[in-house]
Design a protein around this ligand. Structure first.
Ligand code: T3D
Length: 275
């Protein structure tokens, strides 16, 4: 699996973002707690660059996205747009979606390694969209979700109209988007919106262990698996069978496949290298 096509390195310190490595995992923390990690321009640019770097770096085998303080992310920074609105101007949504939200969403969904939203608290607007674009969502019992776009008379964006019905079904997606109620962590689990919920005081440790386990997994097989699952939403059975066969041939030639089978035969846990 190639990491090509995930942008170019730019360098420079990230703004409002904490990026750190934990073993083979990159943790990206949106760090604007006073604004509930709302996404202003510099933060979105930093997030885009950090995700691109993580996507390209073969030593990074999983990516976790989380927020500092009591929020995961509340979406677009509305204060950044305040002046224009007060002057009666509407932002250039098309340009902003194309410049930041679309490539961020595609990186989370398509980079060749698992991506995990570690939803520590409130998620709203495009913050929900980011979490939906990740491969997995792990939630604290303190997390709560609101799509929020309807509150400002916008449509859900940043990929949420694509991801939400696929994750929870059309009826729930309509409910979440149109009724606009808060979804708490237990409801989110029941809806299939999140994959795991842990009590708030256990959340950091449990989420870290889950991300570490993913980062120690068979990265190339994971990359092919996520691509197959996404691609096969759009193809018929014959196409899916052909896609699986092609991916399996490639997976069968990896060192990790040999290690996995050898470990099974030797009755020991495998040690995958991501190669
Ligand atoms: O550019 C484009 O293409 C458009 C794309 C749009 C995508 C979107 O994301 S639109 C949706 C944006 N998000 C929202 O509408 C959510 C707005 N926030 C809220 O409704 C509430 O803050 C919450 C319900 C999430 C939390 O409420 P609460 O009472 O717990 O906290 P709070 O007091 O409202 O917020 C705390 C601070 O965060 C506050 O700042 P202050 O007054 O103490 O200085 C608040 O202004 C700030 N904050 C919260 N959300 C945003 C924000 N600042 C900027 N932008 C925000 N979205």
């Amino acid at each position: 699996m190639s990491a090509e096509g995930f942008g170019e390195p730019r360098g420079g310190a990230p703004t409002n973002l904490n990026v750190r490595r934990e073993g083979a995992a990159t943790w990206i923390t949106i760090d604007r707690p006073d604004a509930l990690n709302a996404l202003d321009g510099p933060t979105k640019q930093s997030l885009l660059e950090a995700l691109g770097e993580a996507a390209r770096d073969p030593a990074v085998r999983a990516v976790a996205l989380t927020g500092s303080g009591r929020a995961f992310c509340v979406g677009q920074d509305l204060r950044e747009l305040e002046r224009g609105y007060r002057e009666g101007r509407t932002p250039d949504f098309a340009a902003e979606l194309e410049r930041h939200y679309a490539p961020i969403c595609r990186l989370l969904a398509e980079m060749p390694k698992p991506t995990v939203a570690v939803v520590n608290g409130v998620a709203a607007g495009a913050g929900v969209s980011l979490a939906l674009a990740c491969d997995l969502r792990l939630a604290s019992s303190a997390a709560r979700w609101r799509l929020a776009f309807s509150g400002i008379a916008l449509v859900p964006d940043a990929g949420s109209t694509w991801h939400l019905p696929r994750l929870v079904g059309l009826s729930r997606a309509m409910e979440i988007a149109l009724l606009g109620d808060w979804v708490d962590a237990d409801q989110a689990l029941a809806f299939g919106l999140v994959n795991r919920v842990w009590p708030a005081d256990e959340f950091a440790g449990e989420a870290a262990a889950a991300v570490a386990a993913l980062a120690a997994g068979p990265t190339l097989a994971f990359a092919r698996t996520k691509a197959l699952l996404r691609d096969h939403l759009r193809v018929g059975l014959a196409g899916a069978l052909a896609g699986e066969a092609e991916a399996q041939v490639a997976s069968g030639h990896t060192k990790d496949h040999l290690e996995g089978v050898t470990a099974f035969l030797e009755k020991r846990p495998p040690t995958f290298q991501g190669a």
